[in-house]
Design a protein around this ligand. Structure first.
Ligand code: GMT
Length: 379
């Protein structure tokens, strides 16, 4: 199949999922065309089955806001026609589903019918999409999509609760992981990060308020009172500075390593002992799954889709949002003995294998085939 993929090219989970899916589909022989404003960060392999088409937005002083949706839908029309695309897959509803629908409409005028699959990722529904300024357009473009997938059951429920959408329109297709990433590698150099007696605790996110970055630091501080440890903070975003200031205030700045955005997530996770994800909201928690495949147990909140990924008492522990005491105690209970830690590490890996890429990608292929053949949705 020839598939056009629209996504955010940044470090966010939706862009990562879109890119990894595109790469796997390309390896399976499909022709993948990424259409976005810059080359996706995890797309380091352009090959004969992968193309990248840059959406350029013309700056013009009259515009207070540059019209990205217009540029994207126009680019889509060009790419779909030139490369005879079979199906369009847009990740993150805003504004991609809207722009995709406009491209579909323009193409119909030219006798071309291109089906569109929309994948909902989380904040496009729970935070941004639900804003009254966007809601009518988001509802419209979800309803107009030929197929809609959500990355967790929880996100499907949220979408049906918040938007006026037909129930059987949304299919849950969980995010996935390449389980070969969890294999031991000689590049796993723990000693560059911590002393032999220190445990390594990791957090990866975009440092937005929804991630509760301050909770990450406070949980770490409580663990540090009992167990020698280092905290590795990976990612960048608006609360980066707040996090640094809090570490200084608590006197633990020398125990925390701020790495910024990284393309070496696997090299960091391979030597981590615990992953913290105390988010206010999380439709899935891809970062937790990436940690688990490296055998890193997860201390998380129980919000949104996280319980579908992290199994309480098995791959880690879940707590109510904001219950930092309990999260710290759970972390200590995992880290305090080598044997307990070994068990949780083993379990985290086992749980992650439930999301093996080889089981999930065929589900997307079937959806593409179905919409291409214009078979109505069957539950
Ligand atoms: O977590 C973010 O803020 C980034 C956001 C995105 O769209 O890039 O992540 C969302 O999609 C990920 C991939 O499906 C999910 O794993 C994240 O849980 C989800 N984030 C939220 O729901 C807050």
């Amino acid at each position: 199949m020839k598939i056009a993929v629209v996504c955010y090219p940044t470090y966010g989970g939706s862009g990562v999922v879109a890119t990894e899916l595109g790469i796997v589909l390309a390896k399976k022989g499909h022709e993948i065309h990424f259409v976005t404003y810059s080359q996706p960060v995890r797309l380091d392999m352009l090959n004969e089955n992968i193309r990248f088409h840059e959406v350029e937005v013309q700056e013009y002083p009259l515009f207070h806001y540059q019209p990205y949706e217009l540029a994207l839908s126009s680019k889509l029309v060009g790419v779909i026609k030139k490369h005879k695309i079979d199906v369009l897959h847009v990740h993150y509803a805003i504004p991609h589903a809207y722009a995709g629908h406009m491209a579909q409409q323009m193409l119909v005028q030219q006798g071309i019918h291109i089906p569109m699959v929309t994948t909902l990722h989380g904040t496009d529904i729970t935070l941004v999409g639900n804003n009254p300024h966007y809601k009518p357009a988001v509802t419209f473009s979800i309803n107009q999509s030929n197929a809609v997938t959500s990355v967790s059951k929880s996100l499907k429920d949220d979408t049906l609760r918040l938007f006026d959408i037909e129930e059987n329109k949304i299919e849950v297709v969980p995010n996935f992981i390449d389980i070969s990433k969890g294999q031991a590698s000689p590049e796993c150099r723990r000693h560059i990060m911590a002393l032999p007696e220190e445990k390594i605790i990791t957090h990866i996110s975009n440092f937005r308020p929804v991630k509760r970055i301050e909770d990450v630091i406070l949980i770490f501080e409580k663990i540090l009172n009992k167990i020698p440890a280092k905290l590795i903070m990976v990612g960048d975003g608006p609360l980066q500075n707040t996090a640094r200031m809090l570490c200084k205030k608590l006197g633990i700045y020398d125990k925390v390593i701020f790495m910024g955005n990284s393309n070496e997530i696997d090299k960091i996770l391979c030597f981590s002992d615990l992953f913290l994800l105390p988010s206010e909201r999380e439709s899935f928690g891809l970062a937790a799954l990436e940690a688990m495949i490296h055998g890193v147990p997860v201390i998380s909140s129980n919000s949104g889709g996280i319980p579908e990924v992290n199994k309480h008492g098995f791959s880690g522990f879940l707590s109510e949002v904001g219950n930092i005491e309990e999260m710290a105690d759970n972390g200590i209970s995992i880290l305090k003995s080598e044997e307990t830690l070994r068990n949780y590490k083993k379990n985290a890996k086992i749980q992650a294998t439930n999301f093996d890429v080889s089981a999930i990608v065929p589900i997307y292929e079937k959806i593409y085939e179905r919409v291409i053949q214009n078979i109505p949705f069957l539950n």
